[in-house]
Design a protein around this ligand. Structure first.
Ligand SMILES: [Zn+2]
Length: 151
């Protein structure tokens, strides 16, 4: 649906804004909750001027999941490697994301330049609850992690 996602203006203002004190969207399925302000918010806010960048592939994975939940299209595009980046992102208004579980990570630490993160993201749609299971690959260039593609 073109136009469903509002422009990301470098801050955390979103079409589905969340409180900094609320549990981060990437943590709601976990036992140990962490607030949005102490999890993905700094990355969402810091991307525009590179004042805060995820240090690992898992952190980028989390911040991108949260960005999907919060419909931060510009953040998703900015963290998508230019070789595979779509021209725009349309959010499906019929999909409600329920939670993220990181299943495994391979490489992707601060010192690495590539990483793989396997995850499950659950959602509720018109036809019921489902799960997206994916192994995402990430690359780091000039100190910044980017989503590359899915294995
Ligand atoms: Zn988070």
């Amino acid at each position: 649906m073109p136009g469903a996602a509002r422009q990301y203006a470098g801050g955390v203002a979103t079409s589905l804004s969340t409180s900094l004190a609320a549990t981060c969207p990437c943590r709601v399925a976990e036992e140990h909750a962490r607030s949005y302000g102490r999890c993905c918010a700094p990355w969402h806010a810091g991307r525009a001027d590179a004042s805060a960048l995820p240090q690992s592939a898992e952190q980028l994975m989390r911040s991108r999941y949260s960005a999907f939940v919060l419909q931060l299209a510009d953040y998703l595009l900015a963290t998508w490697h230019e070789s595979t980046r779509p021209r725009s992102i349309d959010f499906d208004p019929g999909v409600h994301w329920l939670g993220l579980r990181i299943l495994s990570t391979r490489a992707g630490q601060e010192s690495a330049s590539r990483g793989v993160v396997e995850f499950e993201a659950s959602y509720r749609a018109a036809d019921g609850v489902g799960t997206q299971h994916e192994k995402s690959t990430f690359v780091k260039e000039d100190g910044a992690w980017f989503y590359l593609d899915a294995l």
